[in-house]
Write a protein that binds this ligand. Structure first.
Ligand SMILES: Nc1ncnc2c1ncn2[C@@H]1O[C@H](COP(=O)(O)OP(=O)(O)OP(=O)(O)O)[C@@H](O)[C@H]1O
Ligand SMILES: [Mg+2]
Length: 466
């Protein structure tokens, strides 16, 4: 054990008063707190007190510069010793949890660690230090996890962002970062966040949802899945449109699984989330500016660069700005089969977003020229929605057909038709073809698809979306 810890612990144990005051583990206080607190709050109290006491006896700078395994052992020994000396009335399992909690406070992300260890959690949303939500299987629930106070939460946020060379403070009060496991973090602090620091974490899930999962969950039906697979294989250009957290990246991942193994794929993302199984993949990620405000590499630069890399397909995680123009140009100049997502609430809205983004590129194109670029580049728009019942659905598969005058014409091929609400407040309805046989059907056939035209017949009920 570290010499300093040893000496300090010994000092503390010689003088009983100093144990009490330095550890903060006062016996009278304990018995009442253990009787009244819930397990978790009780654990948290012990973690806090043991942590505070350890700060007095441990040389933190030495501990944090040690290899993590060694540091954990040191902390574990010191924390166990403190608990022993304070005669902490804890069952063995609680004691283990407390010691682990203290390790997490010193070396990890404190109370977040337990949530991060839970593979069923897909999102962690910290509204306030004492108000934390998690999402499991698409449902949001309140977590019992809490931070001690705003400062505690801020310390953890600081630790996360400084690990990736970023900083958060009053002059730059919002930041995006990524955990080592690939999870995406956004943190925002006062004065922008009015009730104290807030943080949102989108976990990096290894077992992404598959086509079958989406059909079983009721996010689409078999016919839609078949058409989607065929349009990817036939190299149509597809835009996935939806609001935040509607499942755009998940769908992009599923769509990309239909790309052939011999094709060279370049992916461009702000934060690499796609998990492509093909052998020929080059993954590119944008770079935010560093602490001095330098070195940022935008998506636009990456899109331009990707076209010099002899791609068969370019996949853009989320189009947000001027790179839309480069993407459309690429789609129009032989890079068929490109995929991208964007934020919009309807297919028509997706077109307007694209127009806005193209104008962000600074090239003053007349509206009609811009629209004809879009109309000839994009073949299909998938619209995703997270509906009032919390379920995510592909609410529309729409084909862009061309231009009539200055207007882009589109036809919906599949949609989700709502019929009502059941007793539990779930939306009832069904996915159906609209009866329009898409223009791309011919293209699919030319490119080898043997899809039956009966897929496009409207049905009264294809599969009930439960
Ligand atoms: N059809 C679905 N049914 C249930 N859960 C889903 C579905 N699609 C995605 N999810 C889950 O919803 C969460 C958000 O999914 P995803 O990251 O794909 O959304 P997104 O639209 O890309 O989000 P963002 O706007 O933050 O980029 C993930 O946890 C994912 O596992
Ligand atoms: Mg996404």
């Amino acid at each position: 054990m570290d010499k300093k810890i040893k000496t300090n612990l010994r000092l503390a144990s010689v003088n009983d008063n100093s144990v009490k005051s330095s550890t903060g583990l006062k016996k009278a206080e304990l018995s009442t707190s253990r009787l009244t607190d819930t397990d978790e709050v009780g654990d948290n109290n012990w973690i806090r007190r043991t942590h505070e006491s350890l700060l007095n006896v441990l040389d933190l700078s030495r501990i944090t510069s040690m290899p993590p395994d060694k540091a954990r052992v040191q902390i574990r020994e010191a924390a166990t010793k403190l608990l022993d000396e304070a005669n902490a009335p804890l069952a063995a399992s609680t004691r283990q949890r407390v010691v682990k909690g203290v390790e997490n406070e010193i070396l990890g992300y404190g109370p977040l660690e337990l949530l991060l260890e839970d593979p069923t959690i897909s999102d962690i949303l910290v509204n306030r230090y004492d108000d934390v939500y998690v999402e499991r299987k698409g449902k949001l629930e309140k977590a019992t996890t809490q931070f001690r106070d705003n400062q505690h939460l801020l310390n953890i946020i600081n630790r996360i962002v400084s690990n990736v060379g970023r900083r958060i403070d009053e002059s730059s009060p919002m930041v995006d970062a990524r955990l080592h496991d690939g999870s995406r973090v956004n943190a925002i602090i006062p004065p922008l966040a009015l009730d104290g620091p807030a943080m949102s974490i989108r976990r990096f899930i290894k077992d992404k949802l598959s086509t079958e999962d989406l059909i079983n969950i009721g996010s689409m039906n078999d016919a839609m899945a078949e058409v989607l697979a065929a349009i990817v294989k036939s190299e149509l250009n597809i835009v996935v449109s939806g609001g935040t957290g509607t499942g755009k990246t998940t769908i992009l991942n599923i769509l990309s699984s239909h790309i052939g193994r011999t094709e060279r794929i370049i992916t461009i993302e702000d934060s690499a989330e796609l998990q492509l199984q093909q052998p020929h993949v080059v993954r590119l990620e944008t770079r935010p500016q560093n602490i001095e405000g330098k070195g940022a590499i935008s998506q636009r630069e990456l899109v331009t660069n990707s076209l010099r890399m002899r791609p068969d397909r370019v996949i853009i995680g989320e189009v947000r700005g001027g790179e839309a123009l480069d993407m459309l140009q690429a789609m129009n100049t032989g890079h068929d089969g490109s995929l991208a997502t964007l934020h919009a609430n309807t297919p028509r809205d997706a077109i307007s977003r694209l127009e806005n983004m193209v104008s962000m590129a600074g090239l003053k194109l007349p509206t009609s020229a811009m629209r004809s670029q879009i109309a000839s580049a994009v073949d299909v728009i998938l619209q995703l929605e997270r509906m009032e019942d919390g379920k995510r659905r592909i609410t529309s598969i729409t084909e862009i057909q061309g231009m009539e005058g200055d207007v882009i014409t589109m036809s919906e091929i599949f949609n989700f038709t709502r019929t009502g609400l059941d007793e539990q407040g779930n939306i009832t309805g069904y996915f159906t073809a609209t009866g329009v046989v898409p223009k791309f059907y011919e293209k699919l056939k030319q490119r080898g698809s043997d899809m039956s035209p009966s897929l496009f017949k409207p049905r009264t009920i294809t599969r009930k979306a439960s």
